[in-house]
Write a protein of this length. Structure first.
Length: 419
């Protein structure tokens, strides 16, 4: 068994997988079709008795190489990649849910995920939204038809930290699938299997890629869930070891049938970006903590939400989950009444006004007026997203430059206010 740390294993994963011509990276395979010497070989690949690739919509050697890296990252038994994070979430839902099923989900979900859950209700799936920071709330919401519990590690933008260990224990005791969106922390801070998740979702477009130049998503199976207890596995996917049933159905019904395929070019960019994940997370987390502390002492700021702050409601939980040193790159802060979030954001010189997350560059936006605008004022209020809330995805700039940019923006905004 190797004693190498994950960052070393990821960095050298490609070349240890027998890359053509001695290259240190897997190449980008852009073929849509794959040919075989005999018809029997082609049939064996179709039937799964021989490894190989059938058609580009179902994957290619480049996406397979990325999936192997994600298996290393999450200590997973298998991974399927998709064109985006939302494609991954919708694919696993379509593949695993049926009319009349029920799921329990955090009420602090990312806006597009919450929108997708609304779509599921139109298709006959019932959804209970609960305060996932308390596993007892999840327990109360469970029903006989509950097929899985869905939570995020750190909520966007309020940074609530779910009771991941508690939910994991609950799901293990009840034999319920725990689906964890690990996008905001990544395996650099937390692995889904360590808190009992059976499936782990990533938006690969965010920190794992890091460079803002690729879109992608993934679903990884940690091997912890016993798929023999899941009622919706089709008989045609129950061949072979049971631990592969769920991911096989997600790949066939969620990827092949719906077509949310990750391109080879995007997979190649994500795989290379992942090589520096640990370094980027460490730098961005340090910047985020420094900025959060500076903002917390700033006049004009009502509150700062960041798990690394002692004032955060789930700070101790976050310290235990994430190792007590780094808490991710996402923070938000609410401005005092009378401070215009648009004026403040427009005064920033380094920080980019953008809706992305997990980028090398620091990005910020007025949350209520952009990514949560469609939800309406009542839903925003229930999620604690006031009009003066600014979300910041902290990058890897020099810490002093980042704080200086916010300092001059606050000074310019204050100077422009009527007295």
């Amino acid at each position: 068994m190797t004693t190498e740390q994950l960052s070393t294993r990821i960095l050298h994963a490609d070349r240890r997988g027998s890359v053509e011509h001695g290259a240190i990276h897997k190449p980008s395979h852009n073929a849509a079709a794959f040919g075989y010497a005999t018809a029997r070989e082609l049939a064996d690949v179709f039937q799964g008795s021989q490894s190989g690739f059938v058609y580009g919509r179902q994957g290619n050697p480049t996406t397979a190489a990325l999936e192997a890296k994600l298996n290393l990252m999450e200590d997973a038994v298998g991974t399927v990649t998709f064109a985006t994070g939302m494609a991954a979430i919708s694919a696993l839902s379509v593949a695993l849910l049926r009319q009349g099923d029920h799921i329990v989900a955090s009420r602090y979900l990312f806006g597009n995920t919450a929108s997708w859950l609304q779509t599921l209700t139109q298709l006959g799936v019932t959804v209970s939204l609960v305060d996932a920071t308390d596993a007892a709330a999840v327990t109360e919401a469970l029903q006989p038809q509950t097929r899985f519990v869905f939570a995020e590690t750190i909520a966007n933008p309020g940074t609530q930290v779910a009771d991941l260990a508690g939910i994991g224990r609950l799901c293990a005791e009840r034999g319920i699938l725990f689906v964890l969106d690990n996008t905001m922390t990544t395996p650099a801070l937390l692995r889904g299997r360590d808190v009992g998740a059976g499936l782990v979702v990533h938006s690969l477009s965010k920190s794992i890629s890091g460079h803002g130049n690729a879109l992608g998503g993934s679903v990884s199976d940690t091997g912890l869930y016993d798929w023999t207890g899941y009622p919706n596995i089709l008989s045609s996917y129950q061949g072979g070891p049971a631990r592969g049933w769920g991911l096989l159905q997600i790949k066939k019904k969620g990827l092949r049938d719906t077509g949310g395929t990750l391109s080879a070019d995007q997979a190649h960019r994500i795989a290379i970006g992942a090589e520096t994940l640990d370094l980027r997370v460490e730098r961005a987390s340090g910047n985020a903590l420094a900025l959060a502390r500076w903002l917390e002492a700033r006049p004009g700021v009502r509150r700062v939400q960041y798990p690394g702050l002692e004032s955060h409601p789930q700070h101790e939980r976050a310290a235990a989950l994430f190792g007590g040193r780094h808490y991710g790159s996402l923070l938000s802060f609410e401005l005092q009444a009378g401070v215009d979030p648009f004026a403040l954001l427009d005064a920033l010189r380094i920080v980019i006004k953008s809706s992305h997350l997990g980028d090398n560059r620091t990005l910020a936006l007025p949350a209520a007026h952009t990514i949560f605008f469609e939800m309406g004022p009542e839903n925003r209020q229930s999620m604690d997203i006031p009009d003066g809330l600014v979300r910041v995805s902290v990058g890897i700039e020099a810490e002093a430059d980042l704080i200086a940019d916010f300092a001059q923006a606050f000074a310019r905004t204050a100077a422009a206010q009527p007295r």
